[in-house]
Design a protein around this ligand. Structure first.
Ligand code: UDX
Ligand code: UDX
Length: 470
């Protein structure tokens, strides 16, 4: 094989990152055979579904890309070893959650699946294989991967002498809900590594649809650290504006006006300045905690403390929303019916990982409220699982899940909007008010409803960043 030309790619991990990323690569590079592998048979079967509504993840525009590429040069399979053996390049895109026990528990990322993937690559790869870290990883993981690949005992007898490897870091910056657009028109593509030929090979793939000036090359460690830092900066902006939302509520300022005013400074910019119920998603908290762990490891305690505060402020904001609901409902929600609109961590995804709705709902359940939850894309099974309750245990007692907003608000004492789904900005509040129990409250943590409509409907209204509106 010409070392510079990639003809076949294997991606280990068919999740929110691996699936869409490989779909776009296959779509844009019809000459490359792209195979996504996963140990989860159900997930692979869902990726192979004829009915594109049944793909395992919901992402606008993903179905069209899958339709074009699947079966042509994009494949989903559980045959991991065979796929590794026949690929020139292997992306590792498995999950790396925060460790729950042992050294670094609660902070460091658990990279056991990355390590397992590297061992599989070491065992089954043939010829020269470029291994690309796609998962977000602690800095210097590439060194661990390289060491696993280069240890002769990890190789298969017949491959030992023949297989050679290069390790690159190529972090993903896609944001769920806009993943396809982010992949098709990225702000930048970051590639870290030392092996020039391998760097050229990966760059050649992206050059099929990305301008050369958007491709940034760095050393491995800078690439790994840039991913953690980018997420830390984004999350920090959200914690900053959420902290300001509390000051606004106390002083009579309006956080939307403050966001606009400060965002108009071109040095600050308008994006990522929406106050809300706190950030969720699989990355922000995990990556900051990783950074905190790294800082502590190197004795940079002040730096660790600084980033830790971004996460703490976020947790505080989530509890604050629950306390505000309680306060405004005369200090008790026991036995009251509360409609939760939105359970996903943001709009346009069915992902609930670290969703603020989980913590807020748990707080309210703990307080004795009856929750009626609506989300257009999250399944009721997932909601039950996230809240840690079995369906039988709570059905008809504390939890009711509906795919119909009007059913979810029936006899509610309050409606709490936690995700900014577009449909929530178009609700008929006069009709909703008729279904609710007076004095009905609306808590808008995402600034999606028109206060005027709520007022006309005769409902009480609290909104993040300006509090109770008279
Ligand atoms: C990604 C990144 O890889 C992670 O580092 C980042 O911080 C969050 O996003 P994501 O695609 O969202 O993860 O994770 P997930 O949807 O959980 O998908 C990972 C997939 O890897 C799962 O389908 C899982 O079954 C698979 N997997 C895991 C394997 O195939 N092999 C393993 O050994 C472990
Ligand atoms: C993030 C990063 O944006 C992406 O680059 C990285 O690759 C993975 O992590 P994602 O978690 O999918 O992407 O979504 P993002 O749009 O960043 O939102 C994260 C959380 O912040 C959501 O809960 C969202 O509602 C919240 N958010 C975002 C706000 O509360 N206010 C904002 O202004 C922006």
């Amino acid at each position: 094989m010409n070392k510079n030309v990639i003809e076949s790619i294997c991606c280990i991990g068919a999740g929110y990152v691996g699936g869409p990323t490989m779909a776009v690569i296959a779509d844009r590079c019809p000459d490359i055979k792209v195979t996504v592998v996963d140990i989860n048979e159900k997930r692979i079967a869902a990726w192979n579904e004829d009915d594109l509504d049944k793909l395992p993840i919901y992402e606008p525009g993903l179905d069209a890309v899958i339709k074009r590429a699947r079966g042509r040069n994009l494949f989903f399979t559980t045959s991991i070893n065979e796929t590794i053996a026949s690929s020139d390049m292997v992306f590792i895109s498995v999950n790396t959650p925060t460790k729950t026990k042992g050294l670094g528990a609660g902070e460091a990322s658990d990279i056991r699946w990355v390590e397992a993937s590297a061992r599989q690559v070491a065992k089954y790869a043939k010829g020269h294989t470029i291994v690309v870290e796609k998962s977000t990883l602690p800095v210097r993981t590439a060194a661990a991967i390289r060491s696993i690949l280069e240890t002769p005992q990890n190789r298969n007898e017949e491959n030992t002498s023949k297989a050679t490897f290069s390790v690159l870091s190529n972090p993903e910056f896609l944001s769920e809900g806009t993943a396809i657009n982010d992949l098709e028109s990225p702000d930048r593509v970051l590639i870290g590594g030392e092996d020039l030929e391998a760097l050229d090979s990966l760059e050649a793939i992206y050059l099929q649809w990305v301008d050369k000036d958007k491709i940034i090359r760095t050393n491995l460690w800078s690439s790994e650290l840039s991913k953690l830092t980018a997420n830390a900066f984004l999350a920090q902006r959200i914690s900053s504006i959420n902290s300001v939302s509390a000051i606004c509520e106390a002083t009579g300022a309006d956080v939307r006006e403050v966001s606009k005013a400060i965002g108009s400074d071109s040095r600050i910019g308008q994006k990522f300045l929406n106050a809300g119920p706190g950030f969720g998603g699989s990355c922000f908290q995990k990556d900051i905690l990783n950074l905190v762990y790294l800082c502590r490891h190197f004795g940079l305690l002040n730096v660790a403390e600084y980033w830790q505060q971004v996460v703490e402020l976020n947790t505080w904001q989530q509890h604050r929303i629950y306390r505000l609901v309680l306060q405004n409902l005369f200090g008790t929600v026991t036995g009251k019916k509360l409609a939760i609109l939105g359970f996903a961590f943001k709009a346009d995804t069915n992902d609930t990982r670290e969703s603020p709705a989980i913590r807020i709902s748990k707080d309210l359940l703990e307080e004795g409220a009856f929750l009626m939850i609506h989300d257009p894309k999250v399944s009721s099974e997932k909601i039950y699982e996230d809240l840690g309750v079995s369906k039988l245990e709570t059905n008809n007692e504390q939890l009711f899940i509906s795919k119909n907003v009007f059913e979810a608000v029936n006899e509610a004492d309050a409606v709490i909007i936690l995700t900014e789904w577009n449909e929530y900005s178009k609700l008929d509040w006069a009709l909703i008010a008729k279904k609710m129990r007076a004095p009905g409250w609306v808590f808008d943590t995402r600034s999606v409803v028109d206060p005027e409509q709520i007022k006309l409907a005769g409902l009480n209204f609290w909104r993040v960043g300006d509090g109770v509106l008279g």
